[in-house]
Design a protein around this ligand. Structure first.
Ligand SMILES: [Zn+2]
Length: 115
């Protein structure tokens, strides 16, 4: 489950998890405008760091799972009594930067992996 954190007025910036200079540099350029974090014309104090995974369905594992469900007569039974193997595999993971102001223009997610 994704943790949603709301910044409240009672929370101080000191209590938030942080990023060091090395981590900011490693983020590289915004995947939308291709500018670095501080290169934008208007200063943007907030930005997104996205952990993007490209995932591949394993067709053989998926067929075995469907077979288990058919043999056991229920997806719930297959979940508990079946092999419970991975049905998909993560084959690419990338951490990317998106300026707050650019987030609305992120239309083509596949471009993230074309560098
Ligand atoms: Zn940008």
């Amino acid at each position: 489950m994704v943790e949603k954190k709301k910044i409240s007025t009672t929370e101080t910036i000191d209590s938030m998890p942080g990023l060091k200079m090395k981590q900011l540099v490693e983020l590289g350029k915004c995947i939308v405008c291709r500018k670095k974090l501080a290169e934008t014309s208007e200063p943007q104090l907030t930005f997104y760091v996205l952990d993007v995974q490209r995932v591949l369905i394993d067709p053989s594992a998926m067929r075995r799972r469907i077979g288990e469900e058919m043999m056991m007569g229920s997806g719930m039974l297959a979940e508990v009594m079946g092999a419970n193997e991975d049905l998909a595999k993560v084959f690419t993971t990338k951490k990317v930067l998106v300026h707050e102001g650019c987030a609305g223009n992120l239309h083509h997610l596949a471009l993230i992996f074309e560098e």
